[in-house]
Design a protein around this ligand. Structure first.
Ligand SMILES: [Zn+2]
Length: 186
């Protein structure tokens, strides 16, 4: 059975058995909180459990490395919408130890793309078009520094009001232990 069919089969019984009932909630985050974190698979269930988050508690944004690539990209856009449309008043940026975006070897990633059939001409063309692919793919050298940079970027963003508290934390993907990198109340 393929992955999609497996999901669809499960889904049918989930809906028929009304297993959704215990997850019913509203669009507004109960804790008035936005979390930006990493797509790391170890955090999928662990992060909400370790922070005591239930369905409906937070707006959760995830990407590779919990990094903000652009001040007017989709991450900031999501935070702006959460603040003005969903009454979020605090933001947690949660990076983690052992992140795949820490010291990502961009050359190796591009080698894998070539091995999978992407033409070298495509990469050359993108570079000629002014797209710095290596810079774009690059992660960070220190997760702590990346968290601090993201906190500063949100805090200083022209569309984020001053009364929004922005915190930076790092989570252990094995134990769920949190450590504070930036305390937004100070
Ligand atoms: Zn990660």
């Amino acid at each position: 059975m393929n992955k999609l069919q497996e999901i669809l089969d499960f889904n049918q019984s989930f809906v028929e058995n009304k297993e959704y009932e215990k997850y019913r909630t509203s669009k507004e985050p109960n804790k008035k909180l936005v979390i930006l974190s990493c797509m790391d698979t170890r955090l999928t269930e662990l992060l909400p459990k370790a922070l005591n988050l239930k369905n409906g508690d937070v707006k959760l944004i995830k990407n590779a490395g919990a990094a903000i690539m652009h001040p007017f990209g989709s991450i900031i856009r999501s935070i702006v919408v959460a603040v003005y449309e969903f009454q979020a008043d605090e933001v947690l940026v949660i990076g983690h130890h052992g992140c795949g975006m820490n010291n990502l070897d961009v050359d190796k990633t591009l080698e894998k793309a070539l091995a999978r059939g992407i033409s070298p001409d495509v990469i050359t063309t993108l570079c000629h078009a002014g797209i710095d692919i290596k810079k774009w793919l690059h992660g960070f050298n220190s997760v702590e520094e990346s968290i601090k940079e993201s906190v500063q970027l949100i805090k200083n963003h022209p569309l984020i009001p001053n009364d929004i508290k922005i915190h930076g934390l790092i989570i252990d993907p094995a134990t769920g232990k949190l450590d504070i990198i930036v305390n937004g109340y100070l």
